[in-house]
Design a protein around this ligand. Sequence first.
Ligand code: ATP
Length: 267
Amino acid sequence: MITAQMFDAPRLVTQQPLMELSGVSKRYGSVEALRDVSARVYPGEVLGIVGESGSGKSTLLRMMNLEETPDIGDCSLNLPETKGNLFALSRYAARMLRAKKIGIVYQNPHLGLLMHNSSSGNVAERLLIAGERRFYVLREKARDALNASEFPLSRMDAPPIELSGGMQQRVQIAKAIALEPAVLLLDEPTTGLDVSVQALVLDTLKRLQRDRGITMVIVSHDLGVIRTMADRVMVMRRGKVVEEGLVDQVFQDPQHAYTQQLVHAKL
Ligand SMILES: Nc1ncnc2c1ncn2[C@@H]1O[C@H](COP(=O)(O)OP(=O)(O)OP(=O)(O)O)[C@@H](O)[C@H]1O
């Protein structure tokens, strides 16, 4: 029998992982932020990471962004130009790889943007780091990325400090996708926005994912956001992954007591 669900089936996960973290642990003093966490991100999928505050979601995303190194553990990206454990890269090499292959959108736009520079300049900065120097190319590519992020081009010379929260997130998205990254990391990208603005920004992200097939990892404490965006989900608690699987499966039939608690709290 054909059901509506069949037409909305999650993208199939058949390939080799694009990004793989294995056995990652990280301590901050007495706090164990991550304990033996492994994660695989497959090409073209959206992986959601959910869990309560302090469960280690953002720390894991920072590891994926090669911003931080773990006490122990490996990270690999299945791209022609990368090999071996990426946590062993020098700071410079990690920065270049990040600039060219990984995009990130933070909850707090101050972390991702220069708030007093123009919005187009913020996007162009990313292209500059990757080596582009021609002014007309920088301007054109910045405009394209802002347009794809559904940012109003009439405001492209305005600095983010003068923009609404939703528009600031669109500038971050434009900056993150300007170089067509292999993976786009989203750390609570709509938390703190009005519900209606949140829905519009999520729509833009979904459209980008659909049209460009961008591989995404989205962190949220909000099950609704994960349900809307993700194909697969990892549930974290106290620095550990307690459950993972296809979103529909995990949310409809949670196996771990903590996931059951999360799902029932939401209902
Ligand atoms: N740079 C740091 N220095 C000290 N402790 C840290 C640091 N970064 C994270 N932690 C601690 O590690 C734990 C995991 O933090 P993390 O921010 O990854 O959790 P989270 O699930 O993203 O939480 P939230 O949703 O509140 O952002 C927390 O106890 C946090 O206080």
